[in-house]
Design a protein around this ligand. Structure first.
Ligand code: SF4
Ligand code: SF4
Length: 227
């Protein structure tokens, strides 16, 4: 989530800081993926998804941490409030934000999508030996004439001249944002209502802090740190 998608009222607040931190992770993933793909293209082994493909969102619902749900909620409330009820109507095995009718942009919450959605297709995994390896998504064409679809660390450096971002490293960074919530990973549609409520509370505190409506927070009201 880019800085500009953080509600301006929350900038500098605990919720705003959390959104900025997850935005920083998103930016670094994007930069690492772009660098890897640029290197691969330079090396003559360009990688890419077939045009219009969105198969990774079909029969899949991402599990998210609360902070990821918060980022999705911030995008939805700020840019696509019409989607706020979509999670509640969610049924079946496919993510409720997948739009099969828009092949140019299947994900309706793209700027606020979770980590797994960002990393899928262009991320390395760590083996038992601690070395990264990378395998193509089964829908992605092989970029090499011999049809190879998976590479070790050494082979990656030889063929592509780079290694894609390591999924576990970004997962650990994400967990570090709210370590106490590590056990609260849930499917996005289940996590989203609480995240929307959490964001609403943070916005309410932000407006009270500015005195927009002349109200003061109740003495025993939950602290904005909870948001
Ligand atoms: S990652 Fe795989 S399934 Fe997803 S859009 Fe790319 S090719 Fe298709
Ligand atoms: S959030 Fe977006 S990218 Fe992730 S599964 Fe849903 S539609 Fe696909």
């Amino acid at each position: 989530m880019a800085q500009e998608t953080i509600p301006p009222e929350l900038i500098g607040s605990p919720a705003g800081e959390l959104l900025a931190a997850i935005g920083g992770i998103h930016d670094r993933i994007e930069a690492a993926q772009s660098a890897f793909r640029a290197k691969a293209a330079e090396s003559g082994a360009a990688l890419g998804c077939p045009e219009g493909c969105g198969s990774c969102c079909e029969n899949f619902v991402p599990d998210v941490l609360p902070v990821e749900a918060l980022a999705a909620a911030a995008f939805i409330l700020g840019h696509r409030p019409d989607l706020a009820g979509r999670a509640a109507q969610s049924q079946g095995p496919t993510c409720p934000f997948y739009d099969a009718d828009r092949p140019e942009a299947h994900c309706s919450i793209y700027p606020g999508r979770p980590l797994v959605c960002r990393l899928f297709g262009f991320a390395a995994v760590l083996g038992k030996d601690g070395e990264p390896s990378f395998a193509l998504c089964r829908h992605m064409p092989s970029p090499v004439g011999n049809g190879e679809r998976a590479w070790s660390d050494e082979a990656l450096r030889g063929l592509f001249g780079a290694v894609p971002p390591v999924m576990a490293a970004f997962g650990a960074e994400l967990l570090g944002l709210e370590p106490d919530a590590a056990g609260e990973r849930r499917p996005l549609p289940e996590a989203l209502p609480a995240a929307i409520a959490r964001l609403g509370l943070a916005l309410r505190y932000a407006s009270l802090g500015r005195g927009d409506d002349g109200d003061e927070p109740e003495p025993n009201a939950p602290s904005p740190r909870a948001a």
